[in-house]
Ligand binder design. Structure first.
Ligand SMILES: Cc1ncc(COP(=O)(O)O)c(C=O)c1O
Length: 399
């Protein structure tokens, strides 16, 4: 079976929700993938910021295999070793004291929204303010929270209780606050809409607004969390501590797992029967999560990552200098980086991604603004060079 066979079979049976690269991936190792035709790819997408330790990291594979031989699943009617260990690691290394496990980013945000509502229910507050350009998931509530009308279209009427503030100005948020508001929800860096970091002063102002009005601050760290930005959580770099934080993507390095973290006082609003997930914190996914955190928490992991990130940023800035007609700037932190394109560059964005794919390099074009680079955090300088050198050739061809 080659690529064409798999593509034909897939097209005959899949719902049409995705635009896929024309490749059936059969194997991965580190930053490399191989397709059914034997073509090798350098993966700077990591399954959309998921395989942060690289594909088939030995510690994660070993943890999954060992757990699969012992126990796959018992539901949350019981306690399990890996789920408890993972919650202990997450609370030990964050502001949080309590964890609710689920299976995806959207579910983690659903849990956060439900918690904010039930916590505030005695005051009659239920409305969540999020930001324009945000992305919070594809369930109806998280679509409603997402500040991009293109994701709403066709799904109306959406659940009520969600409003969006213009990105960038704290006053725009404050103007929307009413006696109905219970929380502000935001991503420290908006990944899907083109790697747009929220400036530190902006995040600090949002924290101040929450404190002034008695609102909960929810950070969606589904994309930025678990090491992606150079620290275990992005909030650590801005000196702003949220009340609730959501995680998913890299937590299982490829196994589906999400988490909603908060302080004990807030978590107390969730009592038995208020919220649940059959698979949430499944034993195998949780075992993978423990291996992920233990690996990232080894000495020097983040220091080394930050050095390679600086090198990557420097090389991307070289492209901005060399191709000012096409490239406008570099955004992001750690290994969540965007090369922002100019108007002329934007017209070529999808074509650049396609041509890089043909060269065996996987990147994407986020928010119709920036080429996004989200390689495994373990990516080497040589691999960074390979990608930037290939991009240099592509950009030179467009001048
Ligand atoms: C910031 C953010 N929140 C939520 C989600 C939704 O996560 P999932 O696709 O796991 O439901 C994503 C996915 O891209 C995301 O980037």
């Amino acid at each position: 079976m080659n690529n064409s066979d798999w593509i034909a079979r897939g097209e005959a049976v899949f719902a049409g929700t995705y635009t896929r690269f024309p490749a059936a991936i059969v194997k991965g190792e580190g930053c490399r993938l191989w397709d059914a035709d034997g073509k090798e790819y350098l993966d700077f997408l990591s399954g959309i910021a998921v395989c942060s330790l690289g594909h088939c990291h030995p510690a994660v594979t070993e943890a999954i295999c060992a757990q699969a031989k012992k126990l796959l699943h018992v539901s949350n009617l019981f306690y399990t070793e890996p789920q408890t260990e993972l919650a202990e690691l997450l609370t030990e290394h964050s502001f949080a004291e309590r964890v609710f496990f689920c299976n995806s980013g959207a579910e983690a945000n659903e849990a956060a929204i439900k918690l904010a509502r039930i916590y505030s229910s005695s005051t009659g507050r239920y409305e969540v303010i999020s930001l324009s350009g945000s992305f919070h998931g594809r369930t109806l509530a998280t679509v409603a929270a997402t500040g991009q009308p293109k994701f709403h279209k066709g799904f109306e009427p959406l659940p009520t209780g969600f409003i969006h503030a213009d990105f960038g100005a704290p006053e725009a948020i404050e103007r929307l606050i009413s006696s109905k508001t219970c929380a502000i929800l935001c991503e420290p860096i908006q990944g899907e809409s083109g790697v747009r970091p929220l400036p530190t002063e902006y995040l600090q102002a949002i924290r101040t607004i929450c404190d002034r009005h008695g609102l909960l601050l929810i950070f969606d760290e589904v994309q930025t969390g678990i090491g992606r930005t150079g620290t275990l959580f992005a909030y650590e770099q801005c000196g702003v501590v949220p009340d609730i934080m959501t995680l998913a993507k890299a937590l299982g390095n490829g196994l589906p797992i999400g988490a909603m973290l908060t302080r004990a006082k807030i978590a107390a609003a969730f009592t038995p029967g208020t919220h649940a997930s059959t698979f949430g914190g499944n034993a195998v996914a949780a075992a993978a999560g423990v291996a992920v955190l233990q690996t990232m928490l080894t000495d020097g992991f983040f220091e080394d990552l930050r050095q390679r990130s600086s090198y990557f940023v420097q090389r991307l800035e070289g492209l901005v200098e060399r191709f000012p007609q096409l490239c406008a700037g570099v955004r992001g932190r750690g290994m969540l980086l965007g090369l922002v394109l100019t108007e002329k560059g934007i017209a070529h964005g999808p074509e650049i991604v396609r041509r890089m794919f043909e060269r065996g390099i996987l990147i994407n074009f986020a928010g119709m603004q920036a080429l996004r680079f989200i390689p495994p955090l373990t990516v080497s300088r040589t691999e960074i060079d390979q990608v930037v050198d290939a991009l240099t050739l592509e950009l030179a061809g467009l001048e």
